[in-house]
Structures are given as structure tokens and as C-alpha cells.
Design a protein around this ligand. Structure first.
Ligand SMILES: Nc1ncnc2c1ncn2[C@@H]1O[C@H](COP(=O)(O)OP(=O)(O)OP(=O)(O)O)[C@@H](O)[C@H]1O
Ligand SMILES: [Mg+2]
Length: 241
């Protein structure tokens, strides 16, 4: 298993009270899987993705990523893990506006202290792969939405992460650009990358190999019957005895 979330809860303190956003999330994702998470706005999809991506930590429960129990990791350990194992793609691309496509893709390599020459070679190759070999020196505002997302994918994949996390990757794209992003995902998944993607679009979700639905902070259904149906916490504790 590349990911196991066991009875995960996520609360956010809000002044005098607490918002219970995620409740007893149980999911197991096999290496090489391609999962789409759908569900209404505000149901907790991004919150769950932030936990999987080690951008945030669980309130309760355990999170095992590639065999490591990250529930108790420090911020430094989490950022190392993010750098080495996880690639992120967001709806709004999150590119650095002042930097060229090439420099944006170099960012993770610079963090990893890869020598400059190798950075340029690898980033060039990655951009060629996503069909942007002729756009290396273009800045984000000189690229179309679909091209920006392909730069973001090249950046996410440059360190060959085990997991690619995507939050509404086609949300800001026209359908043709969305399609080309989906084709790239399919290729990456065929090469063994595990993909977990959030989407509102049922056509996009249909491209994944497995679908899970989030509702009010609970995973209500999953193609794989690995996820136990909704269970109150007491019963789950009872089961563990
Ligand atoms: N830092 C926070 N503090 C307090 N509440 C939060 C925080 N982050 C998220 N929430 C709450 O958690 C709930 C779920 O938010 P989340 O962003 O995970 O939803 P989502 O399913 O991704 O929605 P969308 O489809 O609109 O992106 C929301 O009600 C939101 O207000
Ligand atoms: Mg969201």
C-alpha cells in the first residue's frame, strides 16, 4: 500500500468551538492506483488532500505513506517527505509569475541542490515531454491555461514522485486542454505513478480507475470495497478490541 488512512479525523479550532471537517476516514490506496475523489463543495476533499500531501497533520487516527507512519512526523520530516515522494498539481497552477517555464520546473531541483547544468537539462527534457519544448523561456502570463498546467505537471513530476496529487487539475481549463492534461495523467499512471485526483467533473472522474465520494467529511462510497461503510466511532473502537 502506498497510502493507508486509518480512522482519520481532522478538526479546525474556530474560537470557542471546533469544526469537525473529516470524520473516520478509512482508505487504502495501492501503488499504481488512479483514484478520483468527488463530492460537493465544502465536503472536505481538499482537507483530505492536504493530509495526504503532508501539508497538514491529522487530529486523530493514523496516516501511513509508503510504509512510514507520518502522523507523528515533525515539520522538517514532512517537508523532506513532500520533496521526495509527492508531486502536487492545483487548479490555479501556482507557478511563479516572474520565472520562465524552465525556471519554474527547476524549482524542486534547486531545493534538492541539484547542480545548475543538470537542472537545465532535466527541466528541458521534462518540458519537451509535456509538449512545451518550444516554450522554455515563456513566463506564465505568456502561456495558455493548458500550457501552464502542463508546466505545473512537469514541475510536479521532475523528481519522479511516487504519488501525484491533483486538486481540480482541469477546473480552470477548456475541454481540449483538460483532455490533454488527462492524457498526461494516463501516461504517468501507466508508468507506475499513483494518482489521487479531486474533481467535480464526472467525465474527468471517469478517467480514473477508482472513484471515491466524500460527503460531509465522510467517505460515503468507494469503487474498491476496501473502505468500510460509515461507522460511528464507538463501533469502530469496539471492532478494534
Ligand atoms: N483552516 C480551516 N479552518 C477552519 N475550517 C476549515 C479550514 N479549512 C477548511 N475548513 C472547512 O472545512 C470544510 C471543507 O473544506 P474543503 O476545502 O476541504 O472542501 P472541499 O471539499 O475541497 O470543497 P471545494 O469543492 O469547494 O473545494 C469547509 O466547511 C471549510 O470551511
Ligand atoms: Mg477543494
Amino acid at each position: 500500500m502506498i497510502l493507508e488512512m486509518k480512522n482519520v479525523y481532522k478538526d479546525f479550532p474556530q474560537g470557542d468551538f471546533t469544526v469537525n471537517v473529516l470524520k473516520h476516514i478509512n482508505i487504502r490506496v495501492k501503488e499504481g492506483d488512479y483514484v478520483a475523489i468527488t463530492g460537493p463543495s465544502g465536503s472536505g476533499k481538499t482537507t483530505m488532500m492536504n493530509l495526504i500531501g503532508c501539508l497538514d497533520t491529522v487530529t486523530k487516527g493514523s496516516m501511513i505513506l509508503d510504509g512510514e507512519d507520518v502522523s507523528t512526523y515533525t515539520d522538517n520530516q514532512l517537508s523532506d517527505l513532500r520533496l521526495n515522494k509527492i508531486g502536487f498539481v492545483f487548479q490555479t497552477f501556482e507557478l511563479l509569475g516572474q520565472k520562465s517555464a524552465l525556471k519554474n520546473v527547476c524549482v524542486p531541483l534547486a531545493f534538492a541542490k541539484v547542480p545548475k547544468k543538470e537542472q537545465i537539462e532535466r527541466a528541458t527534457e521534462a518540458l519537451q515531454r509535456v509538449g512545451l519544448g518550444d516554450r522554455l523561456d515563456f513566463k506564465p502570463n505568456q502561456l495558455s491555461g493548458g500550457q501552464k498546467q502542463r508546466v505545473a505537471i512537469a514541475r510536479a513530476m521532475i523528481q519522479k514522485p511516487r504519488i501525484l496529487l491533483a486538486d481540480e487539475p482541469t477546473g480552470a481549463l477548456d475541454s481540449a486542454s483538460g483532455q490533454s492534461v488527462m492524457e498526461l495523467f494516463e501516461q504517468l499512471n501507466n508508468e507506475g505513478t499513483t494518482i489521487i485526483m479531486i474533481t467535480h467533473d464526472s467525465d474527468v472522474a471517469a478517467k480514473a480507475h477508482r472513484r471515491a465520494v466524500m460527503k460531509d467529511g465522510v467517505l460515503t462510497s468507494d469503487d474498491e470495497d476496501l473502505v468500510p461503510p460509515y461507522k460511528p466511532e464507538e463501533e469502530v473502537e469496539e471492532d478494534a478490541k
